[in-house]
Design a protein around this ligand. Structure first.
Ligand SMILES: NC(=O)C1=CN([C@@H]2O[C@H](COP(=O)(O)OP(=O)(O)OC[C@H]3O[C@@H](n4cnc5c(N)ncnc54)[C@H](O)[C@@H]3O)[C@@H](O)[C@H]2O)C=CC1
Ligand SMILES: CC(C)CC(=O)C(=O)O
Ligand SMILES: [Mg+2]
Length: 348
């Protein structure tokens, strides 16, 4: 039966890299149908809303969502609610995709592109499990005037223990399937939210005797990620810390243009997106690395469509293309977005 993929390309380089991911999905020969809908600045321009209801309806109806990126400098001055970024937070929340899986592994041949020494970078094979529906991004927020008459901005950070438990379970389960190590990252020395987080995660360890659980404060985790990333198997953390640590992890393996992600709900329905944003600085120039989007498409096949074999084929093709020297500018090469995808398609 035909599977429907909702394609929400969004802004900036979103449409450029998403088009290449769709080409790769089409090359698998699977019975897939694609339906596009506007989101972000694109949605705002076309309908006056960053997350049009029709777009959300399509995302719900589809078997999986392929997301590009949102964010457009033209709308930076607009009220926050209407800014393109509101679309991605909105769709993540509406679709209850609370578990964001962000794998990072050094591709053979990219030792020179990593920000780390080759022997350090070579040991990277980790998975960041980032909570995606809560934390400071979704707390009460606003502007107010202080008693001294100063303008104040505030964003409330909070986690419910049930939210912590469900994401920690994803982390423990992933560690169980991988190398049996889970590192929970928080800031429990300062934040109440993090104390609750650590308490809940620690209590769950008894249910996973085969998983070795450790804890790190986020500042130390950021340092360890550069000093000795090979120590990490699975990292589980909140929305804010996971956002930051995953961008950092991307440079440890060479570029933000390489890291894919899966955002899953409790039933395995998902939205698949590169971890990067709309990159206005290179948008429209054919410079963006499409690998993060292509690898996100592979995750889509594996997690939402049960097509693990096709996912393996795409991932192996990306690895071979890179090992063979295919490089966009972010990796020190000269290939255009489309030429990089062509190199992957040749390997398929
Ligand atoms: N998932 C999403 O939709 C996200 C949206 N954003 C939004 O994107 C806009 C730009 O944000 P930035 O902080 O600049 O982050 P960004 O991730 O868009 O770009 C950061 C840097 O990485 C480079 N880069 C990103 N993706 C690349 C790729 N595929 N190939 C080569 N180079 C790449 C960019 O050129 C830029 O120099 C903002 O509006 C932000 O809110 C940011 C992150 C995620
Ligand atoms: C709008 C941001 C929360 C998106 C982002 O940076 C991310 O999800 O990585
Ligand atoms: Mg981010």
């Amino acid at each position: 039966m035909t599977k429907l993929i909702a394609v929400l390309a969004g802004d900036g380089i979103g449409p450029e890299v998403t088009a290449e991911a769709v080409r790769v999905l089409q090359a698998t020969g699977l019975d897939l149908a694609f339906e596009e809908a506007p989101v972000g600045g694109q949605g705002y321009r076309q309908t006056g809303r960053p997350l049009p209801p029709e777009t959300l309806a399509l995302a719900r109806r589809a078997d999986a969502v392929l997301f590009g990126a949102v964010g457009d400098p033209e709308f930076d001055a607009l009220e926050r609610r209407l800014r393109p970024e509101a679309a991605i937070l909105g769709i993540r929340r509406e679709m209850a995709t609370f578990a964001n899986l962000r794998p990072a592994k050094l591709f053979k041949g990219l030792e020179d592109a990593s920000a780390l020494r080759p022997e350090v970078a070579g040991a990277i094979d980790l998975l960041i499990v980032r909570e995606l529906n809560g934390d400071v991004y979704f707390g009460e927020k606003g502007f107010r005037t202080s008693p001294a008459g100063h303008r104040q901005g505030y964003d409330v950070m909070s986690y419910d223990e049930a939210e912590v438990r469900r994401i920690a379970a994803v982390g423990f389960d992933a560690a169980r399937r991988r190398r049996g190590k889970l590192c929970s990252v928080d800031k429990a020395n300062v934040l109440e939210t993090s104390q609750l987080w650590r308490d809940v995660v620690s209590a769950m360890a008894a249910e996973y005797p085969d998983v070795e659980l450790t804890h790190l404060y986020v500042d130390n985790a950021a340092m360890q990620l550069v000093r000795d990333p090979g120590q990490f198997d699975v990292i589980v953390t909140g929305n804010l810390f996971g956002d930051i640590l995953s961008d950092q992890a991307s440079m440890c393996v060479g570029s933000i243009g390489l890291l894919p992600s899966a955002s899953l709900d409790a039933n395995g329905k998902g939205m698949y997106e590169p971890i990067h944003g709309s990159a206005p600085d290179i948008a429209g120039q054919g410079k963006a690395n499409p690998c993060a989007a292509i690898l996100s498409a592979a995750m889509l096949l594996r997690f939402s469509l049960g097509e693990g074999e096709a996912a393996d084929r795409i991932e192996a093709a990306v690895a071979r293309a890179i090992a063979g020297g295919a490089r966009t500018g972010d990796l020190g090469g000269t290939l255009s977005t489309t030429a990089m995808a062509d190199a992957v398609l040749r390997e398929m």
